[in-house]
Write a protein that binds this ligand. Structure first.
Ligand SMILES: Cc1cc2nc3c(=O)[nH]c(=O)nc-3n(C[C@H](O)[C@H](O)[C@H](O)COP(=O)(O)O)c2cc1C
Length: 512
């Protein structure tokens, strides 16, 4: 291209200039001042590195063609995410959460008024679901306080009632470091909300903070397994007798990697992890893609019943929807066996994870809003909506998205990354590397050092307080006196959203 910089020419010049400079500085050191030899050594080293790049290494074409200057590309590329995040990306550009969304959480968590000025920076040209207000807003004092009881459908003695619609979604000790788990658990306790333990086995650090916990049983059943990965009834019974464990969640699948199991490499199995997860040291442990007890709809529903009978507390399932017909068939089986989970947690494909293959993260699963609509619709259509509760998860980090989820049929809200951001997550996207710069998804003590549990716990409580404040304000603006009356007609759903497509699909095909 005319006028463009010819990098090849520049690199050829540099490749000659570097050894020439070494010779020049050598002469300078010999004839003028000894101190020039410091530069001689530097340029000699650069010459050697350059020769290595140009003639010896064979992996990188760029370095073989351009020499040391080619290295600049790798350096610039490696600091690209930081440069974009801090300098170049605009406020609505980044994913999964843009700066506006993150700032709102940071401000709520610090207890700062999250009001903005001038106008919304979001899209109003028919691309997003919005909420309809009422011409006759109600008084906040007239709104019935939120309350939801899990297990009431089965008349459980140990049913569990929540009085705020939010819960911390599953994140295991393993994905999170000790301090993050402690700060989240303490913050959840201060806020008066429940926290899901994730699939990391016996929730030692969660329990130490004394909050109310939902024990998650992943497909490897860490903490409650036999050596072959099947359920150990006695271990589960013992754990559920702990006063901090309020509910059990059987994880069937997860939005970020539906249908995918996992591997816990032996290198990661420390003595502590081996004890908490109930797995031997020195051997890789596989998390299968499904519970070995659950090979079809019949065995899956029977397994829910088995866990309910052992746990004696509410027991629900977590899943990401793939084929709506699969879910319909499972509901029909539940009806046939007259067994229903006490809750169904619907995880959208946009959900997060500590680590997952990119193909799964990007390519699999139904996004939350259409999935939630489908689950609710199918339960209503089959006449069993009153047999269970629905919890929604998937980027429900702010009050408006949470309200939309409630309008689509959710009874309660799970958030994982909302609470991570509240803890101080800066979206460095390094959760799987053990190098989280703010000490959340790392076990490195030098990185956890900066995470002060007391301070961060307060942020969690502030965040929940801010969300709750918005929640009642929004109910008032929508003219709703009881959360149960938040319905889909409260939403404005543009034609070209995935949600509109799914609504049409379900209307047109009763077998979905
Ligand atoms: C660091 C991290 C660890 C997670 N660990 C688990 C887990 O152990 N079990 C699980 O079912 N989901 C896990 N998830 C998924 C979340 O529980 C949640 O379903 C998903 O991220 C959607 O919620 P969000 O959009 O609010 O993050 C994890 C997510 C993150 C970000």
């Amino acid at each position: 291209m005319a006028g463009s910089v010819d990098l090849h020419k520049i690199s050829r010049f540099a490749n000659l200039a570097i050894p020439s400079m070494a010779v020049l500085f050598f002469l300078g050191g010999h004839y003028l001042s000894f101190y020039f030899h410091f530069l001689t050594v530097t340029f000699l080293l650069l010459t050697l590195v350059n020769l290595f790049y140009l003639f010896i290494q064979k992996k990188h074409t760029l370095l073989r063609n351009f020499g040391i200057l080619g290295q600049a590309r790798y350096i610039i590329e490696s600091i690209g995410p930081e440069m974009r995040q801090y300098l170049f990306a605009n406020d609505t550009e980044e994913r999964p959460f843009n700066r506006i969304e993150r700032s709102e959480i940071y401000r709520k968590s610090k207890g700062i008024d999250a009001a903005s000025a001038f106008g919304s920076q979001l899209n109003f040209d028919n691309a997003e679901v919005k909420i309809r207000h009422s011409m006759y807003p109600v008084d906040k004092a007239d709104i019935k306080p939120y309350s939801l009881t899990f297990g009431e459908e089965r008349g459980l003695e140990n049913s569990y009632t929540i009085t705020k619609p939010y819960m911390v979604s599953a994140m295991s000790y393993g994905a999170l470091g000790e301090k993050a788990v402690r700060a989240l658990s303490r913050g959840a306790r201060m806020a008066g909300i429940a926290m899901n333990t994730g699939e990391g086995g016996t929730p030692k650090y969660h329990m130490a903070e004394g909050g109310e916990l939902i024990f998650q049983m992943g497909t490897a059943k860490f903490g409650v397994r036999n050596d072959d990965g099947s359920l150990n009834d006695d271990k589960l019974r013992k754990l559920c007798a702990e006063p901090t464990i309020k509910m059990v969640e059987i994880k069937l699948s997860q939005g970020a990697k539906p249908g995918k199991g996992g591997l816990l490499p032996k290198e990661k199995i420390t003595k502590e992890i081996s004890e908490l997860r109930g797995v031997p040291m020195g051997k890789d442990v596989v998390s299968p893609a499904h519970h070995i007890e659950c090979v079809c709809k019949k065995t899956t529903v029977a397994f829910i019943k088995r866990v309910q009978d052992i746990a004696m507390i509410p027991v629900g399932i977590k899943l990401c929807i793939g084929k709506t017909s699969d879910f319909l068939e499972m509901v029909l089986e539940m009806k046939a066996q007259n067994i229903f989970p006490d809750f169904i947690a619907v995880d959208g494909a946009e959900g997060g994870t500590g680590a997952a293959p990119k193909a799964f993260m990007d390519g699999y699963g139904m996004p939350l809003l259409p999935a939630l609509y489908s689950v609710n619709k199918i339960l209503v259509r089959e006449g069993v909506r009153d047999k269970t509760k629905i919890i929604a998860a998937g980027k429900l980090i702010n009050s408006s998205r949470q309200f939309i989820a409630l309008a689509l049929g959710a009874d309660a809200i799970y958030s994982a990354r909302g609470f991570m951001l509240s803890l101080g997550c800066i979206q460095a996207m390094l959760c799987g590397n053990n190098t989280c710069p703010v000490g959340i998804t790392t076990h490195d003590p030098s990185l956890q050092k900066g995470l002060i549990v007391e301070e961060k716990a307060k942020r969690i409580a502030n965040y929940v307080h801010g969300l709750e404040h918005d929640f009642y304000e929004m109910l008032a603006a929508s003219g709703i006196r009881d959360t149960k009356d938040i319905k889909i007609d409260q939403l404005y759903i543009p034609e070209d959203t995935a949600l509109a497509g799914q609504i049409k699909a379900l209307l047109n095909n009763p077998n979905l």
